[in-house]
Design a protein around this ligand. Structure first.
Ligand code: ATP
Ligand SMILES: O=c1ccn([C@@H]2O[C@H](COP(=O)(O)O)[C@@H](O)[C@H]2O)c(=O)[nH]1
Length: 240
């Protein structure tokens, strides 16, 4: 078995990417493909914790822009992440993996509540832990939840798997002249206002020296290559 550079990982999966070619919701084929990617990591010997966004269903800011009270919108966004987590749990279980969902919001009939020690125990037992409900607080994002949980469970790396190849000088979706950064510092992300991840999430990573990788979730096999030490996507660390 190839040695792993990252043994325990926190993988933040884009909620929006779950839509596939659709405009909202979950494309079952995309879900299954992501589940296979996670299975490959577990089979390679990695301990995997997941945070899944909710942008394919609801975002509080978007709902507030249409007139809804912001905190209510954020509650709906957090519940959206629970739905995505349950869908991923189901997909992973169909592949024979144990995948407890731990929610920051109490929904006892549906999934476990979040507990750090139990989460670490799950990881040590080879289960894929899915952290749902974000941080449990409005006005945050699942990027911040991913940074927080990565630090709490002692992950070796936080991987943001999203729809772009990594961090660029500007949003590559809207600016075709944007240039790719293979390696950069947290402070560079903050000072240049590179919005691939929210400020709170980057500051948490910086203050706790949590290495951050940003990569494309649609590149099949890239996650496995990354945990085996290949230079995939962008690496954000203290010194560029
Ligand atoms: N400097 C930048 N470099 C790379 N991507 C950027 C940059 N600025 C903005 N982006 C955008 O950030 C997006 C990723 O962040 P965002 O959290 O919105 O997406 P997501 O991971 O799909 O979220 P969610 O999980 O909430 O659905 C990319 O798809 C890209 O369009
Ligand atoms: O800690 C959190 C995490 C998320 N939210 C709300 O959920 C949505 C969906 O999360 P994304 O990170 O945007 O995918 C988010 O927009 C917030 O409205 C939250 O309130 N607190």
């Amino acid at each position: 078995m190839t040695a792993l550079v990252y043994r325990r990982i926190l993988l933040k999966l884009s909620g929006e990417a779950l839509m596939g070619e659709g405009t909202h919701g979950i494309d079952p084929d995309v879900l299954e493909r992501f589940a296979h990617e996670v299975q490959a990591l577990v089979e390679a010997g990695s301990q995997v914790a997941l945070v899944i966004g909710g942008g394919n269903i609801f975002r509080g800011a978007g709902l507030a822009a249409r007139g809804m009270e912001r905190v209510t919108g954020d509650h709906m966004g957090m519940l959206a992440t629970v739905m995505n987590a349950l869908a991923m749990q189901d997909a992973l279980e169909r592949l024979g993996l144990a995948a407890p969902v731990m929610s920051a919001l109490q929904i006892d009939q549906v999934c476990e509540g979040y507990g750090r020690r139990r989460a670490i125990k799950h990881l040590e037992c080879g289960r894929v832990v899915i952290f749902a409900g974000g941080t449990g607080n409005p006005l945050f994002t699942t990027d911040s939840a991913a940074s927080l949980r990565a630090i709490e469970v002692g992950a070796d790396v936080l991987i943001k798997a999203t729809k772009v190849d990594g961090v660029y000088s500007a949003d590559p979706v809207t600016d075709p002249t944007a240039t790719f950064y293979p390696r950069l510092s947290y402070d560079q992300v903050l000072q240049q206002d590179l919005r691939v991840m929210d400020t709170t999430a980057i500051v948490l990573c910086r203050d706790h020296a949590m290495p951050l990788r940003v990569m494309n979730i649609n590149e099949t096999g890239a996650l496995l290559r990354l945990i085996r030490g290949e230079d995939v996507g962008s690496l954000v660390v203290s010194e560029s």
